[in-house]
Design a protein around this ligand. Structure first.
Ligand code: FDA
Length: 296
C-alpha cells in the first residue's frame, strides 16, 4: 500500500486523509511543525524535524526540499528551539543524481554548522545503506560533529557499520528498521532484531560517542536504564528518541526521570509513505484508521 500511487494521491489530497495523518504527522506547514516543536520543548523534550518527502525525481524538487530545511535551521535558531533536523537522501535527489544529492546535503550541513546545529541523515532502504554511511563520513570529515546517521538493527551489516562510524566519532541513531528487506541481508524474526538491537545499544552506550536510542520498545528501554545504572554510566552519554504521536506517556516519564529524550516530528503534505510505515509496524494502528474512516 505504501507504494500505491492512486491511494497516495487520494489520501494526501482528501480532508479525511489529512485528518487521519494527524495521528503521526504534526501538520502540513513549517509553522505547524515549529508550533509542535515548541510544545514538545516545553515538556523538557528535544526535537528532530523532518520535512516529509522522499524519492524526488528532478533537481528542482530536490532544491525545493532543501530550501525547507534551510528555513527550518534559521527558524530553530531564531526561536531558540531545542531541535535539529532529519533529512532523507532520496528527498535530495539521491535516486537520480548522487552527486547533486551530496552537494545539496553538504549545503544543509554547512548551514547547520554556522548555526551551531546538527543534521541527521535518516536511513532508507538497503539500496542506500552504503551510500548513506559513506556520505555521512565525508560530511563529518568536513564538518565534524555536525552530521550523523541512522543504523538499523535488522540489517546483518549493522554491527560493522556501528564500529566503523563510532571509530570516527560519528553520532548514530539506532533504530530497528522500517523497510522490507530480504532475508539474505536482514534478520527476519522480530526476536532476532530485538536481540541485535539490545546488543548494539549496549555497545553504543559504552562507545564514548553520544548516540540516540530510537525505539518505543519498553522492555528494551528498561534494559537500557538498568544497564546505565548497573555500570554507573552517566545518562548524558545518550538520549532516547521516539516518534511524534507514539508513546507520549513514556516520553514524558523518561524525561521526568532525567533521561535525554528527543521526539522526531514529521510534517508536510507528502505524509503518505511515512504514515503507511507507521501503520505497518503496528496492526492496532490499522484498527484505529478503520474506526476513524467509519466515523467520517
Ligand atoms: P517495535 O516495533 O517492536 O514496537 C515496540 C512497541 O512500541 C509497540 O509494542 C508499541 O507499543 C510501540 N510502537 C511502535 N511503533 C508504533 C507505532 N507506529 N504506533 C504506535 N505504537 C508503536 N527507521 C528507519 O528504517 N530509518 C530511520 O531513519 C528511522 N528513524 C527513526 C527515528 C526515530 C526517532 C524512531 C523512534 C524510529 C525511527 N525509525 C526509522 C523507525 C524504526 O525503525 C521502527 O520502525 C519503529 O521505531 C518501530 O520500532 P520500535 O523500536 O518502536 O519497536
Amino acid at each position: 500500500m505504501s507504494r500505491n500511487r492512486i491511494a497516495r494521491t487520494w489520501a494526501e489530497r482528501s480532508s479525511v486523509g489529512r485528518r487521519l495523518s494527524s495521528r503521526f504527522v504534526a501538520g502540513m506547514t513549517v509553522e505547524a511543525a515549529l508550533r509542535a516543536a515548541e510544545a514538545v520543548n516545553r515538556e523538557g523534550i528535544a526535537v528532530s524535524l523532518d520535512s516529509l518527502g522522499e524519492g524526488v525525481t528532478d533537481a528542482g524538487q530536490a532544491h525545493r526540499s532543501a530550501s525547507v530545511y534551510h528555513r527550518l535551521i534559521d527558524e530553530i535558531g531564531q526561536r531558540g528551539l531545542n531541535a535539529n533536523v532529519s533529512v532523507k537522501l532520496s528527498q535530495m535527489g539521491m535516486e537520480f543524481d548522487p552527486e547533486l544529492a551530496e552537494a545539496i546535503v553538504a549545503g544543509i550541513v554547512a548551514h547547520a554548522d554556522e548555526a551551531g546545529n546538527f543534521v541527521r541523515l535518516d536511513m532508507e532502504g538497503s539500496a542506500y545503506t552504503e551510500a548513506t554511511v559513506g556520505m555521512t563520513e565525508r560530511l563529518h570529515g568536513r564538518w565534524p560533529g555536525r552530521v550523523g546517521t541512522v543504523l538499523q538493527a535488522y540489517l546483518h551489516r549493522t554491527a560493522d557499520d556501528a564500529a566503523r562510524l563510532v571509530g570516527q566519532g560519528i553520532r548514530i541513531r539506532l533504530c530497528k528498521g522500517a523497510y522490507q528487506e530480504p532475508a539474505a541481508i536482514a534478520f527476519a524474526e522480530k526476536a532476532d532484531v530485538d536481540e541485535n538491537y539490545t546488543r548494539l545499544m549496549f555497545y553504543l552506550a559504552t562507545s564514548g560517542v553520544f548516540c540516540g536510542m530510537a525505539t518505543h520498545d519498553e522492555a528494551i528501554i528498561q534494559s537500557m536504564c538498568a544497564f546505565i545504572e548497573e555500570n554507573e554510566l552517566p545518562k548524558s552519554l545518550f538520549e532516547f528518541q521516539m516518534l511524534y504521536g507514539v508513546r507520549r506517556d513514556l516520553q514524558r516519564r523518561l524525561a521526568s526521570q532525567g533521561y535525554g529524550v528527543r521526539v522526531y516530528i514529521p510534517f508536510g503534505a507528502e505524509w503518505y509513505p511515512y504514515f503507511m510505515r507507521r501503520l505497518a509496524e503496528r496492526p492496532a494502528n490499522v484498527l484505529f484508521l478503520a474506526k476513524n474512516l467509519l466515523r467520517s
